[in-house]
Ligand binder design. Sequence first.
Ligand SMILES: [Zn+2]
Ligand SMILES: [Zn+2]
Length: 117
Amino acid sequence: MNKMVCTQCGVVCLPERITPGSVVTEIVLFICGILPGLIYCIWRLAGQYNGCPACKSKNIIPITSPMAQPFLERLQAMKASQPVSTASSTDKACPYCKATVPISQNTCNCGYTWPSK
Ligand SMILES: [Zn+2]
Ligand SMILES: [Zn+2]
């Protein structure tokens, strides 16, 4: 099965077969009588759809679709930004040009010099 992108939560996933309603309701209706239970059971099976396993949304699009590209780019950007935040303990940002400079270095490439402690 092809990978899909959920437009609801932006997650890349394999679609899951989702059945609407709940098993509890179905059991309750079966206790009330065979007919309501049966109708509910048929309604649930008829309403089955492929959806996002994370948020149960029907709004999933194939990963190959052009509409999925902005979501994939956002995911990629999120992944790319993570190593920067974890490496912040060894780097400092220049207040002048926003460049990342190793914490041991006191002068930025733009000429900004950190005040010595
Ligand atoms: Zn989702
Ligand atoms: Zn700088």
